[in-house]
Design a protein around this ligand. Structure first.
Ligand code: ADP
Length: 483
């Protein structure tokens, strides 16, 4: 039998371009799907941004066509490259301006870029003689493709009728505000009289949520939270109407890319049976950060986008409240300038305790996962979160807010000493975080118990295997439903 064919479209994908966890997922899930016993033919499309280094990529021009637009047809060029055995299509055209940032502050610029990319990726299969069974889109950037499929069904062209659509939500509040006029210019009109609230009828993500054959969130916990007023971005009434076609599949981790036993960025490799070697990473990280050598003072870490979502402000205030206690902290992140400034201020206020690196530094992130004792993740919401999984795999114990995917992956030590792999707190407040840090530090001073927590995290299977199987079953059921 022919394999199932899946067109996977994403605004980011490792190893080409990464801003957040979406890139990790788009880089690793297609590979995991192709590694399944009944392997689907998954192919990935991403924009060919100026930030992608073309040198070293073996690019083959495979398609050259136009996309209709109010100002005239938009030329599109598509280059094929391979990542291991995964075919990747890099899409080029005027709205993907090589000088623009990946995500601009200009909503119209983003709207034009991602609507163009979505529609071009959707057209691509016609030019490479490859009819996908499933279009798998991610977040608002590629939701226009889902909406376009639905808008063109039952017309003259049966291409769209043959295509099942899946929209994965990695971050609900990013609705694609301001992209409506750009979608209109590409021929995608706003909905009207739909179950969506009026204000959402011209926004890409709501339109994708309205019309996808199935919606999934990146963790079961977040799928449930999306239906509640607190987390739904005011879409709970509408989402309730889609409850039966909404599910959650936990993200996996690329456990080959994230493996402390072979990670070349580390001072010394280690695994759960050689935690003494891990200590050398702590010492080397301390020296890199100009902290004096001391293995007994806990080294807390944050590795995060500096965004309101991530609750960095909660962590900064919490750390201030316990400034008289023995701890050190390293904060690595970039994002909102006011949060970056607040973090820098904390390092000025506590120069002996706090280091702040405002940068996106993948190698340093790895050394921090391997050398810190605990990772603070005080997110206000967290659709899945990868940092807690990476931290656990590298023996850094997560201290995290019990929300979304964090709750699905972290078992609180005090609730379950046999399997506990971290510490959870409920309220998004500095006080609740401080309480959890206090509980963690009590255990930290008993190294035997601390190591047990580290081992529980390190032993846990975070690989894609199970979740890739769930995606495959979902694809199959969507195709069956079409028949
Ligand atoms: P999100 O996608 O919301 O940003 P995730 O936890 O899903 O959050 O994924 C974040 C990813 O980005 C992780 O791989 C993390 O290590 C990485 N990361 C975040 N900030 C930085 C940074 N400043 N430098 C290096 N890597 C970072």
């Amino acid at each position: 039998m022919d394999p199932l064919r899946v067109l996977f479209i994403s605004a980011e994908a490792v190893p080409f371009v990464k801003v957040g966890g979406l890139a990790d997922v788009a880089g690793s899930l297609p590979k995991a799907l192709r590694a399944l016993q009944e392997a689907p033919d998954v192919r990935l499309a991403v924009p060919l941004y100026g930030q992608i280094n073309r040198k070293g990529l073996d690019l083959e021009l495979v398609a050259d066509f136009t996309i209709p637009h109010d100002y005239g047809p938009m030329p599109t060029r598509v280059y094929l490259t391979q990542v291991d055995d995964l075919p990747v299509y890099l899409m080029e055209g005027p709205p993907i301006n090589p000088r623009d940032p990946i995500y601009s502050h200009d909503a119209r610029e983003n709207g034009a870029k991602f609507t163009f990319f979505s529609l071009a990726a959707l057209e691509l299969p016609r030019y490479i003689d490859w009819q996908p069974h499933v279009l798998h889109a991610h977040d608002w950037h590629t939701a226009p493709a889902v909406y376009c499929v639905a808008s063109n069904r039952k017309g003259e062209d049966d291409y769209y009728d043959q295509l099942a659509t899946l929209l994965t939500v990695h971050n609900l509040p990013f609705l694609g505000v301001g992209a409506g006029p750009s979608m209109g210019a590409f021929g995608l009109e706003a909905a009207s009289g739909s179950p969506l609230p009026d204000w959402a009828e011209h926004m890409p993500l709501p339109l994708g949520l309205l019309t996808a054959d199935h919606i999934n969130a990146v963790s079961p916990g977040y799928a449930a939270e999306m239906l509640t007023p607190e987390f739904s971005s005011n879409l709970h009434d509408f989402l309730a109407s889609r409850k039966d076609t909404l599910s959650g599949i936990l993200n996996g981790l690329d456990v080959e890319r994230w493996d402390p036993a072979i990670d070349a960025a580390l001072h010394k490799n280690f695994d759960e049976d050689s935690l003494n070697d891990r200590t050398e990473n702590k010492l080397s990280l301390q020296s890199e950060l100009s902290f004096g050598a001391n293995t007994r003072i806990p080294l807390l870490a944050i590795i995060s986008r500096m965004d309101h979502q991530k609750g960095i402000d909660i962590a900064l205030q919490g750390l201030k409240q316990i400034a008289d206690k023995p701890w050190r902290a390293v904060i690595l992140g970039t994002g909102a300038p006011h949060i970056e400034d607040e973090a820098r201020q904390l390092s000025r206020d506590f120069p002996d305790k706090v280091r702040v690196i405002v940068d996106f530094d993948r190698a340093l992130a790895r050394r921090i996962y391997a050398g810190s004792d605990a990772l603070l993740i005080p997110s206000r919401y967290e659709p899945c979160g990868l940092t807690q999984m990476i931290a656990m795999r590298y023996g850094s114990v997560p201290i995290a807010r019990a929300t979304g995917g964090l709750k699905d992956t972290i078992i609180d030590h005090d609730a379950d000493e046999v399997e506990g792999n971290g510490f959870l707190f409920d309220e998004a407040t500095p006080e609740a975080l401080v309480d959890a840090i206090g509980r963690a530090m009590d255990v930290f001073h008993d190294q035997r118990r601390w190591r047990a927590i580290q081992r529980h995290g390190m032993k846990r299977d975070f690989s894609w295997g199970k979740s890739a199987g769930e995606y495959y079953n979902l694809y199959k059921s969507l195709v069956e439903r079409k028949k």
